[in-house]
Design a protein around this ligand. Sequence first.
Ligand code: FES
Ligand code: FES
Length: 78
Amino acid sequence: MQAKIAQKAPYPVEVVAGQSYYWCACGQSKKQPFCDGSHQGTSFTPTKFEASETKTVYFCGCKQTKNGVLCDGSHNAL
Ligand code: FES
Ligand code: FES
């Protein structure tokens, strides 16, 4: 099963140092880029991201990144 492309662009999010975030890997969540439980019944599970500093990060929206949960530009090839 392939991840659904939520959007062909990253989601900029201001993350807070010390907080954990659960990135939607399946692409089905209605609360992108984060998991809302919609992966149930699939082989996907969310990926935990722990913010080491407070700053804006770019979560992958296309779900094709090879850089963990963060956009690596792979969406440009879709
Ligand atoms: Fe996509 Fe949970 S809804 S991983
Ligand atoms: Fe997925 Fe950029 S949005 S690699």
